[in-house]
Design a protein around this ligand. Structure first.
Ligand SMILES: C[S@@+](CC[C@H](N)C(=O)[O-])C[C@H]1O[C@@H](n2cnc3c(N)ncnc32)[C@H](O)[C@@H]1O
Length: 254
């Protein structure tokens, strides 16, 4: 399937942006520099916990047919998703060509290359070509966007979704309870932002209020799982249009 390269020049993007497009004042963070190191860095800092977080809701996605996967990095999640959902095809959008290279290689190795398209683009101004997605995936990606960029991203993607489509999010967060936990989580998140600012030039400083934004655009939480005392969360949200499913109990901490 096709691969498309289009990282726009933010200066040129200033001309007449269409609805729901934020004109970014900067280029996306440069994850090319750390693409090969990303996985070992992740394991050194959090062990298998981010991986577990990404895969938490895979069993619920077995019937998914069309996925839009944003900022998937080296493709570990996409490869697992393709294996778990045999009828699924996916469009992966990623700003880092080095990450996309790793993603394509991983998916090719398991024989699924024909089931994906890849686009090297800034998701902040990307509009999907097709409609009919029943799944959107953003694992540890929305934290690279500001509140307004996240808001516009959801607004831009929403018309491309079928009724009942699901949006899978994994993110760091400050836990709701426990002053020590909150302080520790705040320190970890600040440290991560400082590290990524140094390594990739990321300018965002705080995680956008993605739950409130998804809710504002008509999504409802369906399942949630928290880990590391609430520092990590993986949630499955759904847009109206399908029979309500069983809502899982409160998040469990691990
Ligand atoms: C923190 S990494 C997360 C990677 C992976 N999803 C994971 O679960 O670890 C953020 C990823 O989003 C990509 N990214 C950041 N800003 C982007 C943007 N504006 N448009 C598209 N991709 C972007 C980066 O290149 C990187 O691969």
């Amino acid at each position: 399937m096709a691969s498309v390269e289009r990282i726009p020049d933010p200066q040129r993007a200033k001309q007449a942006p269409p609805a729901h497009v934020v004109t970014p004042r900067n280029r996306p963070a440069r994850f090319d520099r750390i693409a090969r190191l990303y996985r070992p860095m992740e394991y050194l800092s959090f062990g298998p916990m981010l991986e577990r977080c990404r895969f938490d809701h895979l069993p619920a996605l077995a019937d998914a047919r069309r996925a839009l996967v944003l900022g998937d990095g080296d493709g570990r999640f996409l490869a697992r998703l393709l294996a778990a959902a045999p009828r699924l095809s996916a469009d992966a959008v990623e700003a880092s060509s080095a990450m996309l290279h790793l993603l394509r290689r991983r998916v090719s190795l398991q024989g699924d290359r024909e089931r994906i398209t890849t686009t090297c683009a800034d998701a902040r101004i990307f509009t999907p070509h097709s409609t009919g997605y029943d799944l959107v995936v953003t694992h540890f990606f929305l934290d690279c966007l500001t509140e307004s960029e996240t808001d516009h991203l959801i607004a831009r993607i929403r018309p491309h979704l079928v009724p009942g489509a699901q949006w899978l999010v994994s993110e760091f967060q400050i836990p709701a309870a426990g002053s020590l936990r909150k302080r520790l989580a705040g320190g970890v998140i600040s440290g991560l932002y400082a590290g990524f600012r140094l390594l990739t030039g990321l300018t965002v400083r705080q995680i956008p209020p993605w739950r409130a934004l998804l809710a504002r655009h008509g999504f409802t939480p369906r399942a949630a799982r928290a880990r590391l005392g609430g520092l990590l969360v993986s949630e499955l949200w759904e847009i109206a249009g399908r029979q309500p499913r069983l809502v899982l109990g409160p998040p469990t901490h691990q």
